[in-house]
Design a binder for this molecule. Structure first.
Ligand SMILES: [Zn+2]
Length: 379
């Protein structure tokens, strides 16, 4: 599960508004005004992008702009420059998070702040949709000491230093700002599949307490990987098309969860630990198909950096132009359905994939989950 702590939308809106006030209150020469105007456009586009999640509006604009009258061409060029700029900004990933905790005690203090913030939000009743999440967070949250989890966390960090060497900037950043783990009494699994949480823009990861050794490992590795991908730029999916034009689709959370869980399962199994279950089943199977089609190394690189250029090009060559873009715009269930159909239409034999350990275990995990839900009366 991914939890955003700061409110970037609000921050960006305030910044942009200040800038607009600045400009209208000052008599300035035209070139300077144009420059500032561009700054506002950038800020507004960023806000737009954050609000709409996927930068879809910018892409849609670029597509439509091709049919625009000549007078709008300069606008198109400006947007292209803007998109390129945004693309390049995202490309570097995050050298380190804005908030860095040095040790467990500092991170535990942060947990406390999170619980208090959720309590306040519940009182204000700001986000009705988040009510379930909030009640779970504010009910019984406490950080507990768990030496076994901390030991596993160390073991996972050593493992990742070897398993992620394909993207050196990620392993370097993991070493210079390692994630700090805390174990919490709250049941994350009631609101997310993974039983843990990665607090974006910090190096603080959390898991819910559990006594099962395998499940501890599973949760800790999963949240460690979210953090590794955050450092590499993996939260912002983007690619360059055949004409080298940039496209951005960030915040496709289900795809990110699927790739996180797939990578978790791959690394765990490679190190002789088979997790008892598979999280985000549909998203993970979809990610697995993508990995089979796009190649293991390229998919891992894409997961850690967010750069889908190579994976997209391979998949679209095999399954038809626009396939990967289409999948990212769908919800996981629909995406998997379309992906299966396209694989079959292309005459690619997927029986081996479906017989794999991972897909078979995913099916078992799914059946167990539906039974549990039936029993508890949940949807
Ligand atoms: Zn997750």
């Amino acid at each position: 599960m991914v939890q955003k702590l700061k409110d970037p939308v609000e921050e960006a809106v305030i910044k942009a508004e200040r800038r607009i006030v600045d400009i209208v209150s000052q008599p300035i020469a035209i070139p300077v005004a144009r420059e500032l105007e561009k700054g506002i456009v950038i800020a507004q586009t960023r806000i737009h992008e954050i609000v709409n999640g996927q930068g879809k509006k910018v892409n849609a604009f670029l597509e439509n702009a091709q049919n625009e009258k000549p007078g709008k061409r300069s606008d198109l060029i400006e947007k292209n420059v803007l998109l390129n700029q945004m693309y390049n900004d995202l490309d570097g990933g995050n050298e380190k998070p804005p908030t860095v905790f040095k040790n467990e005690a500092e991170a535990a203090q942060h947990s406390k702040e999170i619980y208090e913030r959720f309590k306040k939000e519940k009182q204000n009743n700001l986000e009705r949709a988040l009510d379930t999440v909030i009640s779970i967070f504010s009910s019984s949250g406490t950080t507990i000491k768990d030496d076994e989890s901390q030991k596993i966390h160390k073991q996972v960090q050593n493992m990742l230093a070897k398993e992620l060497v394909l993207v050196p900037k990620v392993t370097e950043r993991l070493t210079s700002t390692p994630p700090i783990l805390t174990v919490e009494t709250i049941e994350f699994e009631r609101v997310s599949d993974s039983g843990g949480q990665n607090n974006i823009d910090t190096n603080h990861i959390m898991i819910g307490q559990t006594t099962a050794h395998n499940e501890k490992f599973h949760r800790i590795l999963h949240e460690n990987l979210h953090y590794a991908a955050y450092l590499g730029g993996g939260y912002d999916y983007r690619w360059r098309n055949e004409q080298n034009e940039p496209a951005i689709r960030n915040n496709v959370i289900w795809f990110h969860e699927g790739l996180t869980e797939l990578t978790t399962q791959d690394i765990a199994r490679k190190n002789n630990i088979v997790p008892d279950k598979i999280n985000y089943v549909t998203a993970t199977i979809t990610a697995y198909y993508i990995q089979q089609l796009g190649g293991k190394e390229n998919t891992l690189k894409a997961y850690l950096t967010g750069d889908l250029t190579e994976v997209r090009s391979t998949i679209n060559q095999k399954l038809g132009a626009g396939t990967l873009e289409q999948l990212l715009d769908l919800q996981p269930r629909e995406a998997l359905k379309i992906l299966r159909e396209k694989v079959d239409t292309a005459g690619i034999d997927r029986s081996k994939w479906d017989q794999s350990d991972l897909v078979q275990n995913a099916i078992v995990s799914n059946e167990r989950l539906s039974k549990e839900r039936e029993k508890s009366g949940n949807r």
